[in-house]
Structure formats: C-alpha cells, structure tokens
Design a protein around this ligand. Sequence first.
Ligand SMILES: *Cc1c(COP(=O)(O)O)cnc(C)c1O
Length: 431
Amino acid sequence: MPNADQNDILFERARAVIPGGVNSPVRAFKAVGGTPRFIRRAEGAYFWDANDKRYIDYIGSWGPMILGHGHPAVVEAVQKAVLEGFSYGAPTEREIELAEAILALVPSMEMVRLVSSGTEAAMSALRLARGATGRKHIIKFEGCYHGHADALLVKAGSGLATFGHPTSAGVPPEVTQHTLVLEYNNIAQLEEAFALHGNDIACLMIEAIAGNMNFVRATPEFAARCRALCTQHGALLVFDEVMTGFRVGLHGAQGVLGITPDLTVLGKVIGGGMPLAAFGGPRAIMEQLAPLGPVYQAGTLSGNPVATACGLATLKEIARPGFYEALSKKTRSLVDGLKAAAAAEGQPFNADSEGGMFGFFLMNELPQNYAKVMTTDNAKFNALFHGLLDRGVYIAPALYEAGFVSAAHSDEDIAATVEAARQIFKASQPR
Ligand SMILES: *Cc1c(COP(=O)(O)O)cnc(C)c1O
C-alpha cells in the first residue's frame, strides 16, 4: 500500500487499545470529523504528522509551547536535568527557584504549591478555598473550564442562579449540588447569586479571559464586580490562569485587567510542555495546606525535577524585555490579517487577541458568553478547519477553543496562514 495514509493506520491501531484512540477527548476530531493527525516531531512553529506533512502549529500543545517547539535553552535545561535523575520524592532547590520565579511575576501570590496538572491545581484550589472559608458553595461560569474535577463538571440548571447539573456520567448530583453555574459577563445574575447565597459562597472561580469557549474576555465591569462581591461577602476570588498565565502577558489576565484575585491557578506555560501546574495566593491562606494546616493536598511527582527545569528555562525566556510586545504584535497581525481576508471576501467574521492567545468567530460580533459562541455555524467552521489543515495550518479542532501563537512563528508563517484562510473564504458562499 504505497499511498496508505499513516494517520488512518495509526488511528485504527490506537482505537483498538485507547478509548477513542486518544488520551484527551478534543484530540479525536469528533467535532470536525476526519482522522486526527498523529504527530511525529515538532520544531519551532511547526509539527509533522505521520505522513511527514508539515503544519504551522496554532495549538502549541493547547498553550504551553509559547517559545515554539524545541527552544535550545529549554532543551539544554531538560537534558541536563534528566542526567541528574527523573524524580526523587524529596525536595529540591529547583522547586524553590521556580516558586520564587513565579511569585516574582505574579504579585498577588505570596506562596505557591506545585502540582502536575491544571485539573489538579484547580481542584486543590477549590478544596483550599472551602477549607479556608469553612463554606460549601462555589460559583463557576458557563463555558469556563477548570479541569475535570467532579464538582466542576457541571452545567447551568434551569432558572437564574440555581445549582448545576453534572455534565458527565459518573458524577453524582450530590457532588455538584454546591456549584452555582452562572452566565459569563452577566452582572445582574452575579448580584442575584450573591444576594441569595453570599454567606455560603467559599469562592468564585473564573477564567478572566476565557479560553475554553473560544476567546471571550470578561468585561472590566464584570471582573470588577466579581472582585467587589467576593470581598463584600468574604468569598475568595480564584482566577484560573492555567491558560492565560504567562500567555496573555507576563502577569497574566490579572495583570491585563488590573485585578488582584485571592487565589491563582497556573499550568500550561509554567511547565513549558512538561506536566507542571501550580496554585497560590496569600500566605495566611496557603498555610492552611498540609503539612502546616488542615487542608490535605499531595503528589508523588509534584515539583518534578525535569518538569521544573523545563518550566524555569521557559520562564527565563519569556521574562526577557520586549518578549510580550513582540508576541502580541505577531498575534495581532494574524488576527488583523484574518479579519481583512474575511472582509475582502464578504464573510461574517470577527477576532480578538491578547498576548499570544487569540480567538476568531464566524460572525460579525465578538461573543460575550458561551451561548453566543455556540451560535457559530458548525458546518462553516468545519470547512474552514479542514481547508486550513489541507493547506498545512493546524488550528484547534473545535470552534469553542482558543488559538495560540508562539515566539517561533515568523511573519511568513502568519502571511501563509492568512493567505490559506483567504482562499477558503473566497471559495465559500458569501451571505
Ligand atoms: C487546560 C486548563 C485546565 C486543565 O489543565 P490540565 O493540565 O489539562 O488538567 C484548567 N483550567 C483552564 C483554564 C485550562 O485552560
């Protein structure tokens, strides 16, 4: 079979031994159809699939690869660390260095605990918030993703400011009965929730620039109201910056919005592509954690020496002067180019970006919440996705995901991407 598609062959093999052939659902191309590309290697702004076809990579491992793939300084740090041992289960100086580096860049955090995934970090932050406040209820927003801890796999119930229903089998309703699910950017609903339940709310968890319903910003008024209501009612404001931390700017979404949360959850970029995440906040709250306090939290591979080496080397590069200015400019040129291409071909389109993160919408307005994002024309998105894929441009295989530009993307890569999109816009029916 000389022309056999290697991705098809691998997908068939994978499905025999791994549920759906993937280890994280969005990789399966279920939303867009077709065969997932199995990646063989990556370098800079590109990766190559099993057929050795090259793609310009706009997912960057869903955010971590802000420097591009295989940055020499990061590779060197990881190689050196590997030779010194993979894991000890005992503390290391490198964990202190990474903690110090994180705290220096995120002033709202006085102490930090390192863990291995964003899910684990968000789940632990939630437990800490409940432990520190002695309260049960939590607020989350429809369209925000905070990992797959049971209490957070929840969608809105019927009616305003009600408690949510599980979105996954295997989550008993009892486990989500304390989770209030509200509409993003809806100030009236937020006020109602605090008016009804304010004294029982442990925390409000939010992606202040949401990247799991495409790219949707909290309005400055909404973010400020979240802060004020938490303060007024003694609830903790938790910014889930797993995606936005060191991605939208050196100080995260909290830096962009100028809002100080109580707890911050980090992941993705801080591991530079290795399993590493963190949560942190004021000393008095963080000291509630074991071994000092009554809130239990632990991890065999937490603060892993190879992962911390990778994260530290990554943070060192992004903290260089001018890094985010250059990255933002690049991302903006992509977004502006796509907007111009769509306008030239009479296609409804809008897009937004912050730092190295962007989102685009096949509609003229920028959505403010999940329900609006979900009005996107699925068939049109899928045609655009597959058109780009054929032309060697890899964007997220679902319309409710954000996109990521790295420091390794060149002006030529951006121009080629815009040209590919223009061809697809031109070929599709204007309306
Ligand atoms: C990716 C993500 C998570 C989950 O992180 P994992 O490392 O995949 O467990 C949590 N919150 C946000 C905002 C994320 O983008």
